[in-house]
Design a protein around this ligand. Sequence first.
Ligand SMILES: [Zn+2]
Ligand SMILES: [Zn+2]
Length: 375
Amino acid sequence: MAKRDFYEVLGVGKSASEDELKKAYRKLAMKHHPDRNPGSKEAEEKFKEAKEAYEMLSDPQKRDAYDRYGHAGVDPNMGGMGGGAGGFADAFGDIFGDIFGQAAGGRGGRGGPQVYRGADLRYNLEITLEQAAHGYDTTIRVPSWDSCETCDGTGAKPGTSPVTCTTCGGHGQVRMQQGFFSVLQTCPKCQGSGKINPSPCGTCSGAGKIKRNKTLEVQIPAGIDDGMRIRSSGNGEPGMNGGPPGDLYVEIRIKQHAVFQREGDDLHCEIPISFAKAALGGEVEVPTLNGKASFTLPEGTQSGKTFRLRSKGIKGVRSGYAGDLFCHVVVETPVTLTERQKELLREFEQLTIEGGSKHSPQTKTWKDKVKEFFE
Ligand SMILES: [Zn+2]
Ligand SMILES: [Zn+2]
């Protein structure tokens, strides 16, 4: 039987994020788990297939190789993957590992200590709408880890050396009984390293590494939207026992803007207009994120009317053209009038009444409805 495409197996697109992969895999694993499908060969095959696909695609290096060369790029027997079709207890262990956010990486070969990919880090970056629209280069301070110079990264006090962990015999993991399952878990004594330091290094408290900060340059692409994430590969926490580092995700938060509300690539704003201007019409100048623009207000514009200015919105990260700017007209009733202004308005009102209902069609329609309702 020809091997199915890994993305197809998990039912996700080629650009699926790690989260989407994880969700898709968890769903399939729950559905096809042998416990729920006793004796079903088909479910068992599907379960193994999903496990293999997820193991490949959740590893950035393997995924990259697979994207480039297909199945030929990833040898399922390489790198201690356990042959891709490990026992069910193993697979279930993976799901547990998933939930607790540990076992994202493969195992470092049978018998050796466990190799872990470092944890991913998230950095929340708040930017303005203008910065989001035009793109923005900035620097952020993120944690980084250096190998401890005192102990040369071993975690052991100079002159002493780490000894093999007796709890796991240096394997880094222990077999635990959970209900009907036997599950491999990270050794609680040595945290998976397989070694214990009888006299930990004083400088790094036995960790072998020291946390510092480093400055990263981030280029925010123009058009980025609230909630989008930028991945900085390899800038997460360091891996364990030679495992690869995690990634850093910069998550974008866009500050509330005083004038504009963003909806996708469109912008919305309210434009207050005097009632005289609304009645007479004329040019209205409006701000945009790229300078000023204007539109023609027709005579007799009512409050609530929206004017659409094409391409005055935001050009999204992945879209080829800019969104639109929607101007919502709000007719403002004049306040704190002088006697003279009031006099003119009274005269104006008298003329309007004498002119009949043609000057106020909405009022006429409304009066007709009220009349109908009471008769
Ligand atoms: Zn040290
Ligand atoms: Zn141990």
